[in-house]
Design a protein around this ligand. Structure first.
Ligand SMILES: Nc1ncnc2c1ncn2[C@@H]1O[C@H](COP(=O)(O)OP(=O)(O)OP(=O)(O)O)[C@@H](O)[C@H]1O
Length: 362
């Protein structure tokens, strides 16, 4: 069982390029933590520092209560699975999986048991005597995961393991990883991905990285329902949350915002008298919007509709500088193009932001 504790961890390349700073994170044994964030924010760097493949230039990393900053990768009790599989092409699946144990001079029966157990968990038993070239992409990635499992690490690190797979295989392999985690409840996993669905479905907690630090840590639904900033609000959820500028015109347990286009929004986010007149952005998720005949939060002309089957995306004509507003409605709505539509949103789904931060977290 391994906990991980990062205290003020930082990374500077070449003494001048600071990529990460003041990373503080407590990971409990058995958690599946997902790192997300914009390209170049340092997700892989952080994972590689935990693996010991990249030097930590500030702060401390503890695994299982022991500071491991200077402990070599092989002695950290971790195993890493890469996007590129990194299998030995001339070795069979069995030998690929056995390799690390042979290097560690384990006995043949011990190796056989470990390989067969991992192959069974990953449904690779029928392929043990094949070469990697005779496997599908999904099967190759399972062999790469198998190589990690046989070493029986207490921490698994995954660096975008599914990003080389096509859409259907991604879904299948994602579900296998979720099942694998259930079979190894006490193993800690850290997983880097660009894929929202992977992050939302696999994570016990998501760590959103941005601007060299941690923007927010929380359960997937926490981040979706209670983002602490406009950045997290727009990063989690697809299409991104709409932001509409306005001014607070009534305060109390519920807040009223008068919007620039004259409409108004009622939010369950509380405010005080001191907030009267405060300039805010009202955050509305596309899927929380519904068409109303009465008073709404947003009125605009539908520029484009995209019918995806179970939902239709309405893209509104941009107003001024603001990015185009998007609504996601259940069902098929082809005939709305060119029409003026008013959208409403339940007050408990209306987010309020000031200066980039959520008013919920003041
Ligand atoms: N050896 C290096 N020397 C200097 N800068 C580096 C080095 N390796 C990475 N970087 C920089 O560190 C930053 C973080 O890189 P990293 O690969 O960790 O980002 P990431 O969040 O994983 O990106 P992506 O999502 O695109 O994979 C980037 O700006 C990158 O250019």
């Amino acid at each position: 069982m391994a906990t991980l504790k990062l205290t003020d961890v930082g990374k500077t390349y070449g003494g001048t390029i600071e990529v990460l700073r003041h990373i503080n994170l407590d990971i409990k044994a058995g958690e599946l933590i997902v790192f997300v964030g914009p390209s170049g924010c340092g997700k892989s760097t952080l994972l590689r520092m935990i693996a010991g493949l990249e030097r930590i230039t500030a702060g401390t990393l503890e695994i299982g209560g022991q500071v491991v900053n200077d402990v070599p990768p092989a002695q950290r009790g971790i195993a890493m699975v890469f996007q590129s599989y990194a299998l030995y092409p001339h070795m069979t699946v069995r030998d690929n999986m056995a390799f690390a144990l042979q290097i560690a001079k384990k006995s043949k029966p011990e190796i056989d048991t470990a390989v067969e157990r991992a192959a069974k968990m990953l449904q690779l038993t029928p392929y043990l005597d094949r070469l990697p070239k005779a496997l599908s992409g999904g099967q190759r990635q399972r062999v790469a995961i198998g190589r990690a499992i046989v070493r029986d690490p207490s921490v698994f690190l995954f660096d975008e393991p599914l990003s080389n797979l096509d859409a259907a295989l991604r879904v299948a392999t994602r579900i296998e990883i979720a099942q694998l985690k259930e079979q190894m409840p006490d193993r800690t996993m850290i997983y880097v991905t660009h894929d929202q669905v992977e992050a939302m479905t696999l994570a016990s907690r998501i760590v959103v990285l941005a601007n060299r630090g941690i923007a927010q840590v929380g359960s997937p639904l926490d981040l979706y329902e209670r983002p602490n900033s406009e950045f997290v609000a727009q990063f989690i959820g697809s299409p991104a949350m709409n932001l509409v500028p306005g001014r607070i015109t009534a305060t109390g347990p519920r807040t009223t915002v008068t919007l620039e286009d004259g409409g108004s929004a009622l939010s369950d986010v509380p405010s005080t008298e001191a907030d009267m007149g405060l300039l805010v952005n009202v955050g509305l998720r596309p899927e929380d919007c519904m068409i109303t005949e009465g008073q709404g939060v947003f009125t605009g002309t539908v520029a484009l509709t995209e019918a995806l089957g179970e939902v239709t995306l309405l893209h509104f004509e941009p107003q001024g500088e603001a990015p185009a507003f998007i609504a996601k409605l259940p069902g098929i709505h082809r005939n709305l193009r060119g029409r003026q539509v008013t959208l409403a949103c339940d007050p408990d789904k209306v987010h309020l932001f000031h200066d980039g931060g959520s008013l919920l977290y003041r």
